[in-house]
Design a binder for this molecule. Structure first.
Ligand code: 13P
Length: 258
């Protein structure tokens, strides 16, 4: 496998923004702005309540819809949670897992992710696993230790032949929503390291697995980040709330395919 076979992937994480009505409007605008046949895989991650409307709005297009979280069990007494079969029934294609905001504010643990990542795969959903270090960890030289722990633990129960079906998003916490984007070199170093961690399990999976960068990606800085050899795309927060912004980032990715 060569890196050329990794299709660029842009995902927009809306976090807790947009109602179902706003999602429908967004979908129409986005489709009107996307360059046709651009070779870029694109996904939107709306809140649970806007998943159906987003799917409806994007119907017939190639744009995927991912949830932002999922419980590891298929059903159970877990008030407020949503399971993989519920997402599959809606037509959702995958789900973010382990976003730093879920780890920070809702006690998401590496232990739970060890069950969630394979549960998503088994249900037919694409897991997009988010990892990343805090500013303190980076300053203390702990970045690789943190990433090793997060990646190894979350992928531990994923069979070797499914490893490349997981998408990994490296999102340094200090770069999220701060405007302090990592330098392309920093992002490349961390993502190269993550790819090597997958390579410890399977060389073939390391060549094929897609690893994205997230943290203050904007239309103006996307191209230099996406040009790095190990960076296969971007997980975009704030800039994805505007369909124009997301379409511009898709164009930056598309320009690199050609
Ligand atoms: P921002 O692009 O707003 O920094 O958010 C990044 C993020 O957390 C995407 O999941």
């Amino acid at each position: 496998m060569t890196p050329d076979q990794r299709r660029p992937y842009i995902a927009g994480n809306w976090k807790m923004f947009k109602t179902a009505g706003q999602a429908r409007e967004y979908a129409q605008k986005l489709l009107a702005r996307l360059p046709m046949g651009n070779g870029v895989e694109l996904a939107i991650c709306p809140p649970f309540t806007a998943l159906a409307a987003t799917l409806e709005g994007l119907g017939g297009s190639e744009v995927k819809v991912l949830a932002q979280n999922m419980h590891q069990d298929a059903e159970g007494a877990y008030t407020g949670e949503v399971s993989a079969p519920m997402l599959v029934e809606l037509g959702v294609h995958g789900t973010l897992l382990g976003h730093s905001e879920r780890r920070q504010y809702f006690n998401e643990t590496d232990r739970a992710l060890q069950d969630k990542v394979p549960a998503a795969l088994e249900a037919g959903l694409e897991p997009m696993l988010c990892v990343g270090e805090t500013e303190e960890e980076r300053e203390a030289g702990e970045t690789q230790r943190k990433l090793r722990h997060q990646v190894q633990e979350a992928l531990e129960r994923v069979p070797e032949e499914r490893l490349a079906d997981v998408v990994i998003a490296y999102e340094p916490i200090w770069a999220i929503g701060t405007g302090h984007v990592a330098t392309p070199e920093m992002a490349q170093d961390a993502i190269g390291f993550i790819r090597a961690l997958v390579g410890d399990r399977s060389k073939d999976a390391a060549d094929r697995v897609r690893v994205l960068y997230g943290g203050s990606v904007k239309p103006g800085n996307a191209a230099e980040i996406l040009a790095q050899p190990d960076i296969d795309g971007a997980l975009v927060g704030g800039a994805s709330l505007d369909p124009d912004g997301l379409a511009e980032i898709v164009k930056a990715a598309a320009a690199l395919v050609k």
